[in-house]
Write a protein that binds this ligand. Structure first.
Ligand code: G
Ligand code: G
Ligand code: NA
Ligand code: MN
Length: 251
């Protein structure tokens, strides 16, 4: 209850902040987008990780207004970046809980219109498990979003409980290889094989693939050799405030 009340106030009192992690095309060594990652700058606890407060936000339903706030602010930020970098995109994580709201699609459409953004530059990230929890409703809205032109990514791919057959029901554009596989692709043959298989799967299904959690040059070179070029991870940058990302990567 205590944390719930504090979280409720956080939204009101500007304690929430969005960090951004660059997504790099390692073929051209240029930024193609950024993932928005929510932070709670708690007045006494300091920075609280979303791992600790997203579950409470989901249980209480607070994820709905918080998620809307993230979408609005990430899209506003993207509009600013696009003034000089018109091909830049932004990825926003959504919870399955947000797909239970009847107005999710019209809300997103409204935000895109207000910012005058082409929908393709907004990428929605969802995990397999978030989709499966309420699959009928969620897939229906995913299809509506896709029709609107928004791009959809499956986050943490390979760690969920969905079957591969499910993939063909998902209207998706990107698979994000979970960082647990990338972590030891160099030393663990099994994780290298899984990563390789996901890259091939994506290619055969005509999906783009993104490697998460790239931390070393060896991992980068391995991924490149397997034809996976879009990457995210500490090797390039940790999640940072918008100004810092712009200073390092944008015009
Ligand atoms: O950035 P970090 O590693 O702390 O993120 C931890 C987890 O929190 C990740 O799984 C990420 O997907 C999730 N997360 C970050 N920001 C958001 C958000 O705005 N909405 C939702 N639903 N999850 C988020
Ligand atoms: O579940 P999701 O993929 O949205 O989680 C993203 C989380 O991964 C963020 O909390 C981010 O801080 C973290 N992250 C991003 N890049 C790296 C990395 O290279 N190494 C590690 N250990 N974590 C990372
Ligand atoms: Na994510
Ligand atoms: Mn992920």
């Amino acid at each position: 209850i205590k944390l719930e009340n504090a979280l409720y106030k956080a939204l009101d009192q500007d304690e929430l902040e969005i960090y951004y992690q660059p997504q790099i095309d390692s073929k051209t060594d240029t930024i193609i987008g950024a993932e928005a990652l929510l932070r709670w700058n708690h007045p006494t606890e300091g920075m609280v990780s979303p791992v600790n407060f997203i579950p409470i936000a989901e249980e209480t339903g607070l994820i709905v207004p918080i998620g809307k706030w993230v979408l609005e602010n990430a899209c506003k930020q993207l509009k600013g970046w696009q003034q000089n970098n018109p091909e830049m995109s932004v990825s926003v994580n959504l919870s399955g809980r947000q797909f239970e709201e009847d107005d999710l699609v019209s809300m997103i459409k409204g935000i895109l219109e207000e910012q005058e953004l082409a929908p393709e530059f907004l990428h929605i990230e969802l995990t397999e498990n978030q989709i499966i929890k309420n699959s009928k409703v969620t897939i229906k809205k995913m299809k509506q979003l896709k029709k609107l032109g928004v791009h959809i990514s499956i986050d943490d791919f390979g760690t969920g409980y969905s079957s591969l057959g499910y993939l063909k029901n998902f209207p998706i554009d990107f698979l994000k290889i979970d960082r647990s596989f990338i972590q030891d692709i160099i030393t663990d043959e099994d994780n290298a094989a899984i990563t390789n298989t996901i890259i091939t799967l994506a290619k055969n299904l005509n999906l783009q693939v993104i490697a998460e959690g790239v931390e070393t040059l060896e991992q980068l070179e391995f991924l490149k050799s397997k034809d996976c070029f879009i990457m995210q991870g500490y090797y390039f940058s940790r999640p940072v405030v918008a100004e810092e990302l712009a200073k390092k990567y944008l015009n």
